[in-house]
Design a binder for this molecule. Structure first.
Ligand SMILES: C[S@@+](CC[C@H](N)C(=O)[O-])C[C@H]1O[C@@H](n2cnc3c(N)ncnc32)[C@H](O)[C@@H]1O
Length: 206
């Protein structure tokens, strides 16, 4: 879903340990700026490269102070569901991109962030179902993931897409990722992921 990175100036929002930034350089990006609001994540990222064209900086995506029209690609992996106002984030990203610039991001799929009845329910015939409730109720959700009290923002697929359209983005591709049968054969623990897509992936351009 990514464009060619040859010669690209790349911004990675919510870079975490910074693997994408380092990979983007290998793919030909001229500069990569990774931002994250976690100093712990950034410390790990910085410890893994000495490349002066890769920088990792502490910043909150919701309060970015970066030069306008300075990036060819904004990338964000599994971070925008932690952002309260995705419409404002799309407006910021639009300002940071050059004309014709690309945005490629993934989020936890809204079916996944919608409230669920805890645990699996087993039907009489043995089929497992994963109930999804209140999909249309967009809200802050406090969940347990590795640690209790993790805050995510549930919003619909339409909200993501319409936030992009409102800023003049054109959709290039949208994927609801799930494992293929070949991948399930290699990773049997992924079999449950076919019941609902865990990830939504979007590529857009200005
Ligand atoms: C699930 S991790 C993904 C990390 C990396 N993109 C990856 O795919 O491996 C989410 C990252 O987003 C960062 N993050 C969450 N909210 C943020 C915000 N408002 N501003 C900047 N970073 C944020 C977290 O600190 C964390 O490193």
């Amino acid at each position: 879903m990514l464009p060619s990175l040859e010669g690209a100036r790349v911004l990675d929002l919510g870079c975490g340990f910074g693997a994408f930034a380092r990979w983007a350089r290998e793919m030909g990006a001229v500069t990569v700026l990774g931002v994250d609001r976690s100093e712990n994540m950034l410390a790990r990222a910085r410890g893994q490269t000495r490349d002066p064209a890769v920088r990792y900086v502490l910043a909150d995506i919701e309060q970015l102070a970066l030069p306008e029209a300075a990036f060819d690609l904004v990338y964000s992996s599994l971070t925008l569901h932690y952002i309260a106002d995705v419409a404002a984030a799309c407006a910021t990203i639009r300002r940071l991109l050059v004309a014709g610039g690309r945005l490629v991001f993934s989020v936890e799929h809204p079916i996944f962030t919608a409230p669920r009845t805890p645990g699996w329910r087993t039907e009489a015939d043995g089929a497992r179902v994963w109930p999804v409730n209140d999909y249309l109720l967009e809200a802050r959700r406090v969940t347990e993931w590795i640690t209790p009290g993790v805050v995510k923002y549930h919003r619909t697929v339409a909200s993501y897409v319409n936030s992009l359209i409102a800023e003049g983005f054109h959709l290039v591709r949208l994927e609801e990722w799930g494992p293929s049968q070949e991948q399930i054969a290699q990773h049997p623990e992924w079999a449950d992921e076919v019941h609902r897509p865990p990830f939504l992936l979007v590529a857009a351009r200005l």
